[in-house]
Every structure is written in C-alpha cells, then in structure tokens.
Design a protein around this ligand. Structure first.
Ligand SMILES: Cc1cc2nc3c(=O)[nH]c(=O)nc-3n(C[C@H](O)[C@H](O)[C@H](O)COP(=O)(O)OP(=O)(O)OC[C@H]3O[C@@H](n4cnc5c(N)ncnc54)[C@H](O)[C@@H]3O)c2cc1C
Length: 450
C-alpha cells in the first residue's frame, strides 16, 4: 500500500507512523519543519513562554512559601534559546520515530494533481508521487483581517511573539478566545501592561460562564484592562506605538498589538479540485473516519475543520492510519470529539471535557453537578495556591460521568481523570471509590464525586 502524507504536523506524523507500523510504504512531505506548526509556532513555544512566566511568578511569590523575596527579570535571548532547544529536541525525536518506522521524508511543498497523484516541489526540482492512500494534514495559519497590516514589529500575530523583538511595554491583544487569553496571561506574567479587546461580554465566550468569570477576576486583579463588547476595526501605527480603534468609538493605546482572532486552513494551492475533494470555507469536508468526498483521500488536523487541537490532530492521524490499513472499522472506534479534553494555560489554569453545565441547561437536559473548591484541599494550601475548583457533571439517573471543568493549578493534568471517566463510561461512584494519594490536588476529584 503506497501511503502519502502532505504535512508533517501532529496529524500527519501520527498517520505516517501508524500506517508504516501496519505495513504501508509511507512518504511524508513537509515544506518546513517536521512537528508542524504545533511545534514551531503554536503549542510548544507558547507553553514554553508561559512556563517561563510561571517560573517568574513563583519567584515573585517566594515570600508566601517562607522564603526571602527574590525577583526575576526576563532575558529574551535566553528565552529564545530555550524555545529553540525544546523545538530541536522534539523535531529530532519525531524524525527519529518516522525514520525507525521506515517513513520516507521529502522536504518540499506537495499538492494534488489528480486523485492518486501528488506533485512535490523541492529545492532540487519537482517529483511526481503516486499513492493508494493520501492524507492531507497541512494545518492552518493565523487569520489576518484586511484592516490589519502585520509588520512583525509592532503589529504581531502569535507567530511573531516567540519572543517578540522587544518586550512590549503595553500589549493590546485582539481576541479573547483560548489563544488570546493565553497571550494576555503570558505577557502580563513578563510584566507588560495588557489590554484585551473582548468582542462579547465574556472572555472565552464558548466556555462555562463560571470558568470564564474565574479568569476575568484573575485578569482584573492583575491589572489587565478589558474592553468588553468592542470589535477592533482599525490599527494606527506610529513610531512609538499603536492605537486600536473599536467599532463603539473606544480606542486602546499600546506599544504593540497582537492579533488572536482565529485561523484559516492551509488549503489554497493544495489542488483539492484536481482530485475532486470537496471543501467548505477551505476546510476539507470529512466523515467520521476523516475520509473526504474521495474515499482514499483523508484529511486530518486543523484542515479537517473539527476541533483545532494538537491532541485531536494526533488522534485523527492514528485513526486514519488504522482505518486505511483495514483496522478498527467498527463504528464504536470513531472519534468522539465531544470527549476531547482541552486546557487553557492561564492563571488559574483551566481545563474541561465533555458536557458543560451551561450547555446542559441550555439543552434542558437533566444533570447532576457537584463542585468542590480547592480552598478545602490540603495540597492547594501547601502549594500556596488555593484558587479554583473542580466541577463534575453526571447523569442523575445512572451516575455516569458526562463532563467536568477544573480551574486551578495543574488543571490540564487533573482533567485526564475526568476525561478517562467520560471515555470509559465510568460513574461518579467509581471515582469516589478510587484510593488516591494524600496530599494531592486529585483528592478534590474524589470529593466532587461524592
Ligand atoms: C498559539 C497557539 C497555541 C496552541 N496551543 C495548543 C495547545 O497547547 N494544545 C493543543 O492541543 N493545541 C494547541 N494549538 C492548536 C494546534 O497547534 C493545532 O491544532 C495543531 O498544530 C494542528 O495540527 P496539524 O497536524 O493539523 O497541523 P500543523 O501542526 O499546522 O502542521 C501542518 C504542517 O503542514 C505543513 N504544510 C502545509 N502545507 C504544506 C504543503 N502544501 N506541502 C508540505 N507541507 C505543508 C506545514 O509546514 C506544517 O508543518 C495551538 C494553536 C495556536 C495558534
């Protein structure tokens, strides 16, 4: 089976290694860096910068831990080196894995020129590949509205911020979704003043209002200015700063502005029409097996228009590899996007999975909600960080766990327990029966299950 993957991010890499492990002859085409935008621009550098901001925050809170006050100052060059070192190491390990499975790597830009043919433009010329199965996993890039002229100096996308050429004295962030709020938190931790333009009345408009409120409270307590109900519509750039003009007449002044208003798929010039692959707004239309309108062409990751998460991209890639090689074709093996855990790496950290309380009420669905604050947790007090809570949503009739949210330190790790419960169909009673470590933040999960 000849298996060709275009795009070496988490979706493409997983599809390639899975298919190769199951016996396919696999080629992966990547124009930039193996690991994809996930490693180069998104998950890894953003979380590395947030970790550095967190280390600064911990040092600044040293007195609360019984230490004499120490203070930290950011070193942008050292930070850049640290990010590059992490990326290089990750790239090496993904390339090692691909190599160990016998995957052929072609450095170049691929595009479909027919249902089974792919043309690759490389530095040396072009190559025509033929495939029995094709995986499109070319990801996405930041959306830039026509009123914004990104210059990488004062007007930035997330890709210009790892780290930016200078630390903004005052950053205006446009967009209050997951990416926007993470950058607010990141730059506020580094000491920048920050203004956030929030188009609705709530930051994180898709999230449980109680969870969003916890983040808003934190932002306000740290001096972040919120422009709620305002849509940015123009940016004026002067040598010493920027002014973001909003549709309600308000103006946000800053030294720099960062756009975090979503992404667009990398499907232009991919040759979708040449192969008869249907798309909508640039996203490839896929079925529950990630198959496009052409059965032997799959699409995964951000290009598939499902949940834009690296974790989801990887899982789609694995499922594609298995499906194309004839494994796990039973319906119960389909990916259930509603059970994907996700996290927001702010302070406090936020994570959720499955059914949200607010959505259940909106649907008129009967649920049981239990909530336990971390202020009652011994480990949270030991950590000097008793903020946040655990909330578990379950079915009142059967006790089956339907979802949950966690706000607080290590939420991204702790949500795994609720995610596992949702995926495995566990009941709250199963969580309650689990003998956990003491003292540990996870004890709050067992308490919320009581
Ligand atoms: C700022 C930010 C932070 C994020 N943080 C997280 C996080 O913490 N956790 C999380 O789960 N998700 C996070 N995401 C989302 C995550 O980055 C994406 O969902 C993930 O990268 C999608 O993976 P992918 O494989 O679809 O594409 P990508 O990772 O974008 O990889 C696609 C690859 O295809 C290559 N390519 C494109 N076109 C071609 C072509 N024609 N030929 C050859 N190669 C091509 C590109 O060079 C790229 O390497 C974040 C996103 C952003 C913007």
């Amino acid at each position: 089976m000849r298996f060709v993957v275009i795009g070496g991010g988490p979706a493409g890499n997983q599809a390639a290694t899975t298919a190769a492990r199951l016996g396919a002859e696999v080629t992966i085409i990547e124009r930039d860096v193996i690991g994809g935008a996930a490693h180069l621009w998104d998950c890894i550098p953003s979380k590395a910068m947030i970790a550095t901001g967190g280390a600064m925050g911990d040092l600044n809170k040293a007195e609360g831990m019984g230490l004499r006050r120490v203070s930290a100052e950011i070193d942008l060059d050292a930070l850049k080196e640290r990010i590059t070192a992490i990326q290089t190491r990750l790239e090496g390990s993904v390339c090692g894995l691909l190599g160990s499975q016998g995957v052929r790597l072609v450095k170049g830009t691929g595009r479909l020129v027919g249902p089974h043919e792919i043309q690759v433009d490389t530095a040396e010329g072009s190559e025509l590949l033929e495939a029995d199965v094709i995986v499109l996993s070319t990801g996405s890039r930041p959306r830039i509205p026509d009123w914004a002229h990104v210059d990488g100096q004062r007007v930035l996308t997330t890709r210009d911020a790892y780290p930016p050429p200078e630390l903004p004295s005052h950053l205006v962030v446009i967009g209050s979704g997951v990416t926007g709020v993470e950058f607010v938190h990141m730059f506020r931790s580094f000491g920048s003043d920050v203004t956030l333009i929030v188009s609705r009345q709530q930051v994180l408009p898709q999230k449980d209002p109680e969870v969003a409120a916890a983040l808003e409270d934190n932002f306000l307590s740290r001096g972040v200015r919120l422009f709620k109900g305002a849509r940015a519509e123009a940016i004026d750039v002067a040598p010493d700063g920027v002014v973001v003009r909003c549709d309600d007449g308000r103006q946000a002044k800053g030294s720099h502005v960062l756009l975090a208003i979503g992404s667009i798929p990398n499907s232009d010039n991919l040759g979708l029409e040449a192969a008869g692959v249907e798309s909508e707004s640039g996203y490839v239309i896929v079925d529950h097996n990630c198959r496009s309108s052409v059965p032997h062409i799959y699409a995964a990751g951000d290009l598939s228009g499902k949940l834009p998460l690296s974790s989801v991209a990887s899982m789609q890639g694995r499922k594609i590899g298995e499906h194309a090689m004839g494994m796990h074709q039973a319906p119960h093996r389909h990916l259930d996007y509603e059970k994907a855990a996700s996290a927001i790496f702010t302070e406090p950290e936020i994570a959720d999975v499955g059914l949200a309380e607010a959505d259940a009420f909106a649907e008129g669905r009967k649920i049981r909600v239990t909530k336990v604050p971390f202020s009652a947790s011994a480990k949270a007090l030991i950590n000097d960080d008793p903020r946040g809570f655990v909330k578990i949503v379950s079915d009142p009739a059967t006790g089956v766990v339907l979802g949950g949210s966690i706000v607080g330190r290590h939420a991204a790790e702790l949500i795994s327990v609720i995610a596992l419960a949702c995926t495995a169909g566990l009941r709250v009673g199963d969580l309650e029966e689990c003998l956990l470590v003491h003292p540990a933040l996870a004890e709050a999960l067992a308490e919320a299950a009581e």
